[in-house]
Design a protein around this ligand. Sequence first.
Ligand code: SF4
Ligand code: SF4
Length: 289
Amino acid sequence: MSKELVIISGKGGTGKTTLTSSLAYVMKDKIIVDADADAANMYILTSPKLKHKELFKGNPKAVIDVNKCVNCDLCRKLCRFDAIHINPDGNYYVDEVKCDSCELCKIACPAEAITMKEVYSGEWYESETPFGLMVHAKLYPGAENSGNLVTMVKHRAHVISEEQDIPYILVDGSPGIGCPVISTISGANFVVVVSEPTPAGLHDLERVKRLCDSFKVKSGVVVNKYDLNEEKTRQIEEFAKKEGMEVLGRIPFDECVPKAIVNLQIPYEACESVKRAVDEIYARVMEKL
Ligand code: SF4
Ligand code: SF4
């Protein structure tokens, strides 16, 4: 079974893309998964060529048949999500964005005027990149279920890895500690947390570490732009050691990195300082997988 390496951060903007895209460049024999379905960006740096695309079904939403509705108002009173309204013509309708798919209105309607309709909330793709196959996804604006979409793309990557005997899966997770991150780290062999040397960076690392612990996933930390605050970097690494996290390495601040990303170059390829740091991080990570 393939081994899954996940890269996450406690919040956006810490340098997760710098590290993940650089690992995608250097890591052999892997499938890349972009699990940041709310704001996927790995495809921007990896120039994928689309091979396969499918729609992703979200939770079904209530729909009212105005021809059956007898205007009893029961559904509107019962809906705890304020999703049922009356339009200027006096017809009842459901606001899809607010509907939480609980089905209470459907069960309660005396006229059997309410049904649940399947809706599509995103798309997922398989693409070829210069660094191997990538499975990625896009959630439609305002759509929910990003956790399920992440689970789906990870599952698809595991199916392909089994079929093609690919030993590693590299997953670019979303920032934070919400539902998509839980789906991302669930079942991972090792999680790399990208942190930054700021008070918020340490606080976010503590939250992410607790999340990894609750899923019994081993984790390590990389401090990006470590030289902007070496005292805070030391505190982050001390926290990591105390909590049983691996200290995997440091990436220095380098103005080359934003320039590389603006020019759609992978930082590993464009910036010597990143290459040196990532080579060491990669060697340590592979020992942990
Ligand atoms: S409960 Fe059924 S009949 Fe009553 S207002 Fe709602 S849709 Fe119409
Ligand atoms: S399914 Fe639940 S959330 Fe959706 S409209 Fe009906 S009662 Fe409201």
